[in-house]
Design a protein around this ligand. Structure first.
Ligand SMILES: [Zn+2]
Length: 208
């Protein structure tokens, strides 16, 4: 069955940087997977703490590991679009951007039966063109509030310290389970999730 898409208004297509600050709620976002080395470890940690997260999946990884994509969805997490090849969208034509986004949404729909409603530009680098294409494909743009730069492997304690120092009610926290060695990210999640829970935070996967 062909997915039904609803084009978004200009207001709906504006990037979201944080959530309602009046609630002690944090959104965990996990980018660049799925990866058979790290995604199962992240899923186990989230399950252990009863946390729902949003996974921004790269199409060319998702097509290699459909079983992981289905497992993420089956466990109640949000499946979101992070392009097909993780390019810098800022210098690409509208047609090329559309291909990156549409192909990924179609694959995720085919794999899980769900059409993604959230999109994140690689590196957070959206452009007027990518905002227009995402809106046309019914994808809202999610940015982030807290960036521990875990992809650069700064050390597990650096990731933990940055998250715990910067997190506020309504924060969107950026993490990575793909794109390289993510063992520091897994170790950091293992350490900082219980601290956030103990300090009264709840977790959400933002609905669209
Ligand atoms: Zn990314």
């Amino acid at each position: 069955m062909q997915p039904v898409r609803r084009a978004l208004s200009e207001a709906e297509s504006k990037p979201v940087y944080d959530l309602d600050p009046s609630q002690r709620v944090v959104a965990l976002t996990i980018d660049d997977g799925p990866d058979p080395r790290y995604t199962p470890q992240v899923l186990a940690l989230l399950q252990q703490h009863g946390i729902r997260a949003t996974f921004f999946l790269v199409g060319e990884c998702a097509v290699e590991h459909p079983e992981l994509v289905r497992e993420i969805a089956d466990r109640g997490h949000h499946i979101a679009n992070h392009t097909w090849t993780h390019p810098d969208l800022r210098h690409m034509s509208e047609g090329a951007v559309r291909d990156e986004l549409e192909r990924t949404s179609d694959l995720l729909h085919k794999t899980t039966g769900r059409l993604p409603t959230w999109f994140r530009a690689p590196g957070g680098d959206f452009s007027p063109v990518s905002l227009r294409v995402a809106a046309d494909l019914g994808l809202r743009n999610m940015s982030w509030t807290v960036d521990p730069r875990d992809w650069s492997r700064p050390g597990t304690s650096s990731i933990i310290d940055t998250v715990l120092k910067d997190v506020r009610p309504g924060s969107i926290v950026l993490n990575h389970d793909g794109g390289g060695d993510r063992s520091q990210t897994v170790a950091a999640l293992k350490a900082y999730l219980p601290v956030l829970i103990d300090s009264g935070y709840c977790f959400t996967a933002p609905p669209n």
